[in-house]
Design a protein around this ligand. Structure first.
Ligand code: OMP
Length: 270
């Protein structure tokens, strides 16, 4: 199944929650912390209990690289566990000169077999092109992020009167000739999201920031559904995967996911 087909099928079914497998040995249930394969076992249980109701999984490579060889092994084995029909994002925030980006793109798409990646736009078009050339994958470019530091650069005003993040969206729309682009837009920016909703219509949008960072799922879902747009994924990491520190963590994660899905259903049916 093509990556874009996996994603659009779930979005059409009203599934918009992307679970972030930000699996940290210091936060997983205590009984798994000293287990050599603790992170893998944690991921396996979360995936097993959520795979039917989730829209996608996002794996932030930082949490795996931190563990060195063992972490990369856990990442590869987690990828082996992914169901064929579920879209998986490699949250690597890549972008470098062309020949280096070619290596990064190969690593993400051909070695780890992710369906998608997150990218920094700071170095411009040629730094992203090697990723764009993978026509069947989806590339999410950071536009307006969820953190306070988004003010430092993303909200700088340009001579055109636009903010830098608005120009990133503009460029992503222009570059989207293969329909394989999206942007990252922090769910902690609901006012800006409403302002940009028309500009975003040809792109997939990944929205992190719900849960631990305080963004509102209701705000995001109602903004997209009011505009008749279903091409959005809301990432939740800590608030789903660490909702229970006992052996019941996976069923709690599933419960939480179902609650988030229910909130979206209420908005769709309103
Ligand atoms: P929680 O705050 O635990 O839900 O995790 C959020 C996840 O989304 C982390 O993996 C972050 O690295 C990522 N993220 C943001 O939190 N904010 C952004 O603006 C962009 C990302 C991202 O690109 O995924």
């Amino acid at each position: 199944m093509k990556s874009v087909e996996k994603l659009t099928k779930r979005l059409e079914e009203g599934k918009h929650i992307c679970i972030g497998l930000d699996s940290d040995r210091n936060k997983i249930p205590e009984y798994l912390r000293n287990d050599e394969d603790g992170i893998l076992k944690f991921n396996r249980n979360i995936i097993e209990s959520t795979k039917e109701d989730v829209c996608a999984y996002k794996i932030n490579l930082a949490f795996y690289e931190k563990e060195g060889k063992k972490g990369i092994d856990a990442l590869e084995r987690t990828m082996d566990l992914m169901p064929e029909d579920v879209f998986v994002i490699g949250d690597a925030k890549r972008g470098d000169i062309g020949n280096t980006s070619e290596m990064y793109a190969y690593s993400i798409f051909e070695h780890f077999l992710f369906d998608s990646v997150t990218l920094h736009p700071y170095m411009g078009y040629d730094s992203l092109l090697p990723f764009f050339e993978y026509e069947d994958k989806i590339n999410f470019i950071l536009a307006l992020t969820s953190n306070a530091g988004s003010l430092d650069f993303e909200k700088l005003k340009l001579d055109s009167g636009k903010y830098l993040y608005q120009e990133v969206i503009n460029k992503a729309v222009q570059w989207n000739t293969k329909n394989n682009l999206g942007v990252v837009f922090g769910a902690t920016n609901p006012i800006e999201l409403k302002e940009e909703i028309d500009a975003l219509k040809s792109l997939f949008v990944l929205l992190p920031g719900v849960g631990a960072q305080g963004g509102s799922l209701e705000d995001v879902a109602s903004t997209f559904y009011s505009a008749g747009n279903k091409k959005f994924l809301v990432n939740v990491s800590r608030a789903i995967i660490y909702s229970d520190s006992t052996e019941n963590f996976a069923s709690s994660a599933s419960e939480n996911l179902k609650n988030y899905n229910q909130k979206i259903k209420i908005i769709v049916n309103a």
